[in-house]
Design a protein around this ligand. Structure first.
Ligand SMILES: C[S@@+](CC[C@H](N)C(=O)[O-])C[C@H]1O[C@@H](n2cnc3c(N)ncnc32)[C@H](O)[C@@H]1O
Ligand SMILES: CC(C)=CCC/C(C)=C/COP(=O)(O)OP(=O)(O)O
Ligand SMILES: [Mg+2]
Length: 291
C-alpha cells in the first residue's frame, strides 16, 4: 500500500459492541471466496448478495465450449447486479444532494451503483475493516471517493444525524442484527418521508418454524435469519410503513440453479434451492416509508 493515505476505515477501528459482532467482523475480514471475487472481477462491482432474473441461455452458449465457465461467471454476476438494480428501483426519488446509507455494505458494489444512478453521496457501514478498505480503494480508483465512503461501524449505532438521510437499505445484512434495534436506528437517521428498503431471506411463518435448511444457512454464515412476520412487526413498531413487498423467491431460483452447476459452488446451494422450493424460506424485498 502507498503512504498516500491511512485508510479511513482502519484509522480508528471501534471495539465490537458484542462478542458476536467481533466474530462477524472476523468472518468478513477473512472472507475471500472465489464466487465473490471472480464475479466482482468481471466489471469491478463486488457484491455479497445473490441474483435475480432469468438466465440468458443464449449468452451462455454450449456447456462444452472452452469459454463456458467464463460466461457462466459473467452471467451469475449479471444476475447479482440485477438484484441491486431492483433494490435501487425502490429507493424513491433521490437527488444528487441527497445522502444514502448502505447498512452492512460489504465490498461496496451496491454503493457504486447507487452513486452512478443518482449522483448522490452514499455512506456505507460494515463491521469488517478489510471490506471497508476494499470499498474505499475501489472508490478512489473510480475517483468517486468524495461521494462513496465505507467505514467500520455498527449499523445499530451510526454517527448519522437524526433525519439527515434520504434513503437507506439493508441488502442481505439484516440477518446479523436484532430487527427492533435495526429499524429504530434507520428510523432515527432517515428523514420523515424517506425510504427504507431491504432485500433479505426470511423464514416463512406459514411453514411453522425454521426448517432444517434455514438452520443450515444460519450455521454456514453465522447469522440468525428472521421470519417475515418479525420484519413486518419490527417495521410497524419503528415508524416504517411498508409500501411494497415483493416475493423474489421465484426470481432468485434460476440464479441458484445455475450457480449449483458452476465450479465456484460453496456447498450452501442445496440449502437455498430446497428451502425456496419447499416454501420454508423466502427471498423478499420490502420497501417502507419513514412516517
Ligand atoms: C452478506 S454481506 C452483504 C454486503 C452488501 N450489502 C452487499 O449486498 O454486497 C453482510 C454484511 O453485513 C455486515 N454486517 C453484519 N452485521 C453488521 C453490523 N452490526 N453493523 C454493520 N455491518 C454489519 C457485514 O460486515 C457484511 O458487510
Ligand atoms: C439470503 C441470506 C440468508 C443471506 C445471508 C447473508 C449472506 C452471507 C449473503 C451473501 O454473501 P456472499 O455473497 O458472501 O455469499 P456467497 O459466498 O455464498 O456468495
Ligand atoms: Mg456471493
Amino acid at each position: 500500500m502507498t503512504t498516500e493515505t491511512t485508510p479511513i476505515a482502519t484509522a480508528k477501528i471501534p471495539a465490537p459492541a458484542t462478542p458476536y459482532q467481533g466474530d462477524i467482523a472476523r468472518y468478513w475480514n477473512n472472507e475471500a471466496r472465489p464466487v465473490n471475487l471472480r464475479l466482482g472481477d468481471v466489471d469491478g462491482l463486488y457484491h455479497h448478495h445473490y441474483g435475480v432474473g432469468d438466465v440468458d441461455h443464449a449468452a451462455l452458449g454450449d456447456p462444452g465450449h472452452s469459454e463456458y465457465e467464463k460466461k457462466l461467471i459473467a452471467e451469475l454476476h449479471r444476475l447479482e447486479s440485477a438484484q441491486a438494480e431492483v433494490l435501487l428501483d425502490h429507493l424513491g426519488s433521490v437527488g444528487p444532494d441527497d445522502t444514502l446509507v448502505d447498512a452492512g455494505c460489504g465490498r461496496g458494489g451496491s454503493m457504486v451503483m447507487a452513486h452512478r444512478r443518482f449522483g448522490c453521496k452514499v455512506e456505507g457501514v460494515t463491521l469488517s475493516a478489510t471490506q471497508a478498505d476494499f470499498g474505499n480503494r475501489r472508490a478512489r480508483e473510480l475517483r468517486i471517493q468524495d461521494h462513496v465512503r465505507s467505514r467500520v461501524c455498527n449499523m445499530l449505532d451510526t454517527p448519522f444525524e437524526k433525519g439527515s438521510i434520504a434513503a437507506s437499505w439493508n441488502n442481505e445484512s439484516s440477518m446479523y442484527v436484532d430487527l427492533d434495534d435495526l429499524f429504530a436506528e434507520h428510523s432515527r437517521f432517515l428523514r420523515v418521508g424517506g425510504r427504507y428498503v431491504t432485500i433479505t431471506g426470511c423464514w416463512n411463518p406459514r411453514y411453522g418454524q425454521p426448517s432444517k435448511w434455514v438452520s443450515q444457512i444460519n450455521a454456514h454464515f453465522e447469522c440468525n435469519i428472521h421470519s417475515r412476520r418479525e420484519y413486518l412487526r419490527a417495521m410497524a413498531d419503528n415508524r416504517l410503513v411498508p409500501q411494497t413487498i415483493v416475493d423474489l423467491t421465484p426470481d432468485t431460483l434460476p440464479y441458484w440453479e445455475l450457480r449449483a452447476t458452476s465450479s465456484l459452488v460453496t456447498g450452501i446451494e442445496k440449502a437455498f434451492i430446497e428451502s425456496y422450493r419447499d416454501g420454508s424460506f423466502q427471498y423478499v424485498l420490502i420497501a417502507a416509508d419513514r412516517v
